[in-house]
Design a protein around this ligand. Structure first.
Ligand code: PIT
Length: 339
């Protein structure tokens, strides 16, 4: 049994690579400085595929993300991501180490995070999910998001697959994927039309003004899911999720909430608020009783875990189907052996 270490993480262990200013190297092949281990796929997500790689000079391992930039817009997005990542230095945020641009492909070397997605960890047979463990995770997420916001950046795609565990057994997490992140300019009204509908705030769906509070809605949805195994605005289609988000209705009636404290429900209620300005900020979250006090709740949340398993398995299927569709679009012919 793995009882997650519910203590707060020790800062020193978290900084695996030194913080440094990254200058994009033009027309330099990453293979001159790194061995890319293509059969060691670390992760695959909406951001593309990430491979294990090793710096030749130091022997240090990193995660290499390759992006084929097909047009000006894709190039601009990637440049924005590099620009944003290069000014984020925090133990709860993935670090950018190096960047290469050869005109057609941009390759970024990122800190290696080897523990996998948080929700995959949580559903492991050996992992005992308790409210106390959820507090340990949510504290770190709020810490990371608070830092991003303090640097005037909004993440805009906070969702379970963008929260990774540093190791397979520890309790430390890091936030990834700044592909949709934006710098907040108080002089300009910022509106966007993207994100993952299930975890996106109503102001995004309604194409209203967004701000730091937009990320806080996503944290509310993630927290609801982590504590109950139910995604509050899940829909069979994106349109259905978007409709649910714009209505903004949720409750704590499911039996999964039977063992969940009032403080936890109050925490969620202060984030899943339609009016963005009325949501707690990340800094206020850390001052909320639920995160401030160490909860006594150490009962294993078995109903939550069973539901979370279903959620994760469904996501794996969707990912697999999307991969097949993408491959077919590229001309691949796939035969299925139905056993
Ligand atoms: C790892 C291990 C892993 C996935 C990743 C890194 C992905 C990181 C990433 C970071 C970004 C981004 C997309 C992906 O836009 O399993 O070390 O900033």
């Amino acid at each position: 049994m793995i009882y997650v270490d519910e203590d707060d993480p020790i800062e020193d262990d978290d900084i695996l690579i030194p913080y440094r200013d990254v200058k994009v190297k033009h027309n330099v092949d990453p293979k001159t400085d790194y061995d890319i281990i293509k059969d060691e796929e670390l992760g695959r997500g909406s951001y593309g595929t990430v491979y294990l790689c090793r710096e030749k000079s130091s022997g240090h391992e990193f995660a290499a993300k390759y992006v084929h930039v097909k047009n000006k817009e894709e190039r601009r997005n990637m440049e924005n991501e590099i620009d944003i990542m290069s000014c984020l230095h925090h133990p709860r945020i993935i670090q950018l180490y190096d960047a290469f641009d050869n005109g057609k492909t941009i390759c970024v070397m990122l800190e290696l995070i080897s523990g996998g997605e948080l929700f995959e960890r949580v559903i492991d047979e050996d992992f005992v999910l308790t409210e106390k463990a959820c507090v340990a995770f949510m504290r770190q997420i709020c810490d990371g998001v608070g830092y991003i916001h303090s640097q005037s950046i909004i993440h805009l795609d906070l969702k379970p697959e963008n929260i990774l565990c540093l190791t397979k057994t520890g309790n430390r997490i890091k936030l990834i994927d700044f592909g949709m992140a934006r710098r907040f300019d108080p002089a300009k009204k910022l509106k966007v039309l993207f994100g993952t509908p299930e975890f996106t705030a109503p102001e995004v769906v309604n194409f209203d003004e967004i701000s730091f509070y937009t990320d806080m809605w996503s944290l509310g949805s993630i927290c609801y899911l982590l504590l109950s195994g139910i995604s509050p605005f899940y829909g069979d289609t994106d349109l259905e999720s978007m409709t649910k988000v714009t209505v903004g209705k949720y409750d704590f009636d499911d039996e999964a909430f039977n063992n969940i404290s009032q403080d936890a429900k109050d925490f969620i209620k202060s984030l899943l608020v339609m009016d963005g300005k009325k949501r707690l900020t990340a800094a206020q979250c850390l001052e909320h009783t639920w995160l401030k006090k160490s909860p006594k709740q150490t009962t294993a949340l078995s109903t939550t875990k069973a539901k979370l398993k279903k959620f994760v398995i469904r996501k794996r299927w969707i990912k697999a189907v999307n991969t097949i569709i993408a491959l077919q679009k590229m001309g691949a012919k796939i035969d299925f052996d139905l056993v």
